[in-house]
Write a protein that binds this ligand. Structure first.
Ligand SMILES: [Zn+2]
Length: 238
């Protein structure tokens, strides 16, 4: 059974009841549904707790997709945790503080790709900071100017929303795809588009804030040269 990805429908869900479907040989816990984002697209998997019926808790260090079956999500416990039984009803509790910082950074990186409209070759999201790598033929990027433009977009208080389109619609609009390294997931017949009202539209399966105002002020902390054409731009929540 594929794990139901509740974070795709509502990134603000911090807990859910769930049923234990299986345990893998390394103690990883598969549930029928999850609010934990699984590692992907440069964003780390969520941490949090699984509360059992008797009130005891299992600390979860990270969340990944099952390498053998990408439709299943594995909650990876920290060392030395008790194990639930398949069939148990549990409550999943997300480490929301950390996730919200990642959502703010993730949404800010969408805006950074508008400020710097170049092909994106990589990226990563941390707890309060993140980066994008751009394929830029000429150097000379101005940190202060990029920061001003980015914060001006954030200050537009633009609504962020998601919708699904078919693969055919995506093929008819190839300009929607900005990332060269991360192709939007294909094969399911539909693709998830993330819209920042009046500013940006691109395929993405990640978690975002509902309005750019929630990002707050962001600083450009560094611009590095990575090879002849690559520029790595780092940002952080101020
Ligand atoms: Zn995104």
């Amino acid at each position: 059974m594929p794990t139901e990805l509740l974070f795709r429908q509502d990134a603000y869900l911090t807990e859910t009841p769930a049923k234990v479907e299986a345990l893998n040989e390394r103690g990883g816990i598969v549930l029928d549904r999850t609010v934990f984002y699984a590692t992907g697209g440069g964003q780390p998997g969520d941490a949090g707790r699984i509360r059992l019926a008797d009130g005891s808790e299992i600390a979860i260090g990270t969340t990944i997709y099952d390498p053998e079956d990408k439709s299943r999500v594995i909650h990876v416990p920290l060392e030395g945790q008790a194990a639930p039984q398949p069939g148990d009803t549990v409550t999943l509790l997300l480490d929301w503080e950390r996730r919200l910082k990642r959502m703010r950074i993730h949404t800010a990186l969408h805006l950074l790709s508008v400020v710097l409209p170049f092909p994106v070759t990589g990226g990563s999201i941390g707890d309060g900071d993140g980066r994008l790598d751009f394929d830029i033929p000429e150097g000379g990027l101005d940190k202060a100017e990029i920061g001003e433009k980015l914060n001006a977009l954030i200050a537009r208080n633009a609504a962020v929303s998601e919708r699904w389109i078919t693969d055919e619609e995506l093929d008819a609009n190839p300009g929607l795809v900005k990332t060269m390294s991360v192709k939007p997931p294909r094969g399911s017949g539909r693709v998830r588009l993330v819209s920042i009202e009046g500013i940006d539209l691109q395929p993405c399966g990640g978690t975002h804030v509902r309005n750019t105002s929630e990002i707050g002020v962001v600083a450009i902390t560094d611009i590095e040269k990575k090879g002849k054409q690559n520029r790595r731009v780092r940002i952080a929540l101020a």
